[in-house]
Write a protein that binds this ligand. Structure first.
Ligand code: GLU
Length: 500
């Protein structure tokens, strides 16, 4: 039998997500259990949204959790490069191979035409997708258009009838009618591949035997299987893991739950506890024990015991488990050592020193001025927010709009945070002092502290976000409808005014 090889293939387009760690964990356990290899591949085909910062944060966060890999962009390996942006020549070669068959076709449709087709389909409440307009172009016409240097994409042909039947290791037989499958773009007009093409080519060339990924990819699997078929390759075994869910059963999202791995690091969760918690998502130890290490999980791993009911990522349960580690997993000396390591890791206290030195008279003043950087969520009440001219609605509006603005920052730097907030206050026509007031209370929880801009810059987005959210809740929350209209106002007028 072939050596078992699995992979996790994150796209570096944002914060390292707990879902990536969850999928990495199960892939790693499966590979280790079979003495196989676990590969980390960076899927950065979306050059506009991908960034090296995001990639390095993903690697750092997985390392923090102790999820090491055998091959990857940082450690190399036999089947590299492991970053898709470095594999362009490989994809070009494989594109040529497919073009010489009749499994793909060039599509010259303009985005305007595609949009029109889409609108018509939506009006008729049909499944949206490519209508096959360029499917019947003659070779002569294609050549003429190529000679005119008309831009084109390469799409895959899809069977007109029948269904795609495949076996999922966790779900058994899955059947998806081909009529639901779009003639996927494989190669974009710039000659670069889409996710689907690169993913299949790489899984094959990297000799991946088992694809263990989130259930959101089930509907893409027919396209992938078709590609394996067009290339004449043996497909890997597919297993689609259940998605992590918010307590209300919706898909885990940062609107409802912190999703960045760094949030959990910054809040002082132990990596081994977070990993243990992710291991409990849809999976149980044969003994039923809830507290287990990565080694224990690996030794007892059995992928087929994953249960498919959407596992709920519940902060209370994670708190309970983390507390168990702190109480039962270490003595006082170890506790203190881990606590000090955590305090030092973010350099947060250190970063406050230049800001508070002018204002303290003795060491015992430090905690009251800067202690907020080492706290997680604050316990505040509406009284903390009382203001002479801003009522709860006005305060919540400022908080929510500021949060959206902070979330859109490309880089996290004090000066740009300051200028963005200043701009926002003038667009909203609120004096800067008043504008910053609810943020100051939400973030520092104090009547006196360092400047809120410094505080936000030091705390980072994840912790700032949860405090702003908590403040909005304390002030009565924002209803779904209010949020919708605020979002509209934000994207349609406020953001435009910010640019202008
Ligand atoms: N790049 C995809 C992601 O971000 C990988 C999906 C897959 O595992 O095939 O999740």
């Amino acid at each position: 039998m072939n050596r078992i090889r699995t992979r996790v293939a994150p796209s570096p387009t944002g914060d390292p997500h707990v879902g990536t760690a969850y999928i990495a964990l199960f892939n790693r356990c499966f590979a280790r259990q079979h003495n196989g290899d676990f590969v980390l591949r960076i899927e950065d085909t979306d050059s506009e949204r991908s960034s090296p910062e995001s990639e390095s944060r993903i690697l750092k966060s997985l390392n923090w959790l102790g999820l090491s890999w055998d091959e990857g962009p940082d450690v190399g390996g036999k089947y590299g490069p492991y970053r898709q942006s470095e594999r362009t020549a490989i994809y070009a070669e494989h594109t040529q191979a497919l073009l010489s068959t009749s499994s793909v076709f060039r599509c010259f449709c303009s985005s305007q035409r595609l949009q029109e087709v889409r609108t018509q389909q939506q009006l008729k409440q049909d499944t949206t997708g490519y209508d096959g307009h360029c499917l019947g172009l003659s070779q002569k016409e294609v050549t003429t258009r190529l000679n005119r240097a008309e831009p084109f994409v390469i799409r895959m042909k899809v069977p007109e009838s029948g269904e795609c039947v495949f076996n999922d290791l966790l779900r058994g037989e899955i059947r998806i009618p081909w009529s639901q499958i779009d003639m996927q773009v494989l190669i974009k007009s710039d000659g670069l591949p889409t996710y689907h093409f690169a993913n299949v080519v790489d899984d094959h060339l990297m000799k991946i035997t088992h694809v263990i990924r989130g259930e959101e990819w089930i509907n893409s699997t027919p396209k992938h299987l078709l590609l394996y078929d067009y290339f004449g390759w043996q497909p890997p075994v597919f297993s689609h893991m259940p998605l992590l869910r918010n307590p209300d059963k919706s898909k885990l999202s940062k609107r409802k739950n912190p999703t960045s791995i760094f949030y959990y690091k910054d809040m002082g969760y132990l990596p081994e506890a977070l990993l243990n918690y992710l291991g409990m998502m849809g999976w149980t130890m044969p003994s039923g024990q809830e507290k287990f290490s990565l080694d224990e999980m690996t030794a007892n791993f059995d992928l087929t015991r994953v249960s498919l009911g959407g596992p709920v990522f519940d902060l209370e349960k994670l708190d309970w488990l983390n507390g168990k580690y702190l109480r039962e997993g270490m003595n006082d000396t170890q506790f203190l050592q881990r606590y000090q390591e955590w305090l030092a890791a973010g350099n947060k206290i250190e970063l406050t020193v230049p800001l508070i030195r002018q204002r303290v008279e003795k060491f015992s003043d430090v905690i009251s001025l800067a202690g907020f950087v080492a706290c997680g969520r604050l316990t505040l009440t509406t009284d903390n927010f009382a203001h002479k001219s801003l009522d709860a609605e006005a305060l919540k509006r400022i908080l929510q709009i500021s949060l959206w603005r902070l979330e859109s920052q490309q880089t996290w730097q004090r000066d740009s945070i300051e200028s963005e907030l200043q701009k926002l206050s003038s667009v909203l026509n609120i004096k800067i002092r008043e504008f910053l007031y609810p943020l100051f209370v939400a973030i520092t929880g104090k009547a006196v502290s360092i400047s809120v801009v410094d505080a936000i810059a030091i705390l980072g987005l994840d912790v700032s976000r949860i405090r702003i959210r908590d403040a909005i809740e304390i002030l009565g929350g924002i209803s779904k409808n209010q949020l919708k209209s605020l979002e509209k106002e934000y994207s349609q007028s406020i953001c435009k005014a910010m640019i202008g």
